[in-house]
Design a protein around this ligand. Structure first.
Ligand code: NI
Length: 199
């Protein structure tokens, strides 16, 4: 269990509500926002309460979307921070936090997976990535963790780590597919904006 959840659980209901309300849902940037193409900077020095507050906002934003992973750059913060929860919907939430993640080993074996992205809403396509990776990162408390990943975890961490380099999953597709995805997202956003204006 993460420190965040442990903290929430150890408080009474009223305080839990107060704690949750302190988190904020932030707008998620979508393509073709140039900020998404930025390379994120490492967190230098210890993981602070300020970083943890950012992680809480990211988590809240990700759950509300809903999504299974989010990189800080997707809410406009160019820091190498990722949040994730790949637990099945019906199960208890299992938030995970990654600061300065690095892939220290990747399998030669690759696997295709149908990916989507909160910054490229409603677009899904297959991306081929290493099937297993070993990663090194700092957790929410700033402790260094080395962990093996496979399946959805491996897909998700590689997808989110791409965001830290300014790479989106559609950048792994053909130019034609990428351009068409961006066009669809822009069109959907224009439609949403005009619906809003009509109200
Ligand atoms: Ni994404």
């Amino acid at each position: 269990m993460s420190e965040a959840l442990r903290k929430v659980r150890s408080l009474d209901v009223l305080c839990e509500e107060t704690y949750l309300k302190a988190m904020a849902i932030r707008p998620i940037l979508t393509v073709p926002d140039p900020v998404l193409k930025q390379r994120s900077k490492p967190v230098v020095g210890p993981v602070t309460d300020e970083h943890r507050a950012l992680m809480d906002d990211m988590l809240e934003t990700m759950y509300a979307a809903p999504g299974v992973g989010l990189a800080a750059i997707q809410i406009g913060v160019p820091l190498r921070i990722i949040v994730m929860d790949i637990s099945p919907k019906e199960e208890e939430k299992q938030p995970r936090f990654f600061v300065n993640p690095e892939i220290v080993w990747a399998s030669e074996e690759t696997k295709p997976w149908e990916e989507g992205c909160l910054s490229v809403p409603d677009i899904y396509d297959e991306v081929e990535r290493p099937a297993q990776v070993k990663l090194k990162y700092l957790n929410r408390d700033g402790q260094e963790i080395v962990e093996d990943a496979e399946g959805l975890f491996a897909v998700c961490i590689q997808h989110e780590m791409d965001h830290l380099e300014g790479t989106l999953f559609i950048d792994h597709l053909s130019r034609l597919k990428r351009d068409s995805a961006i066009k669809k997202v822009k069109k959907a956003e224009r439609e949403r904006a005009s619906e809003g204006a009509a109200l």
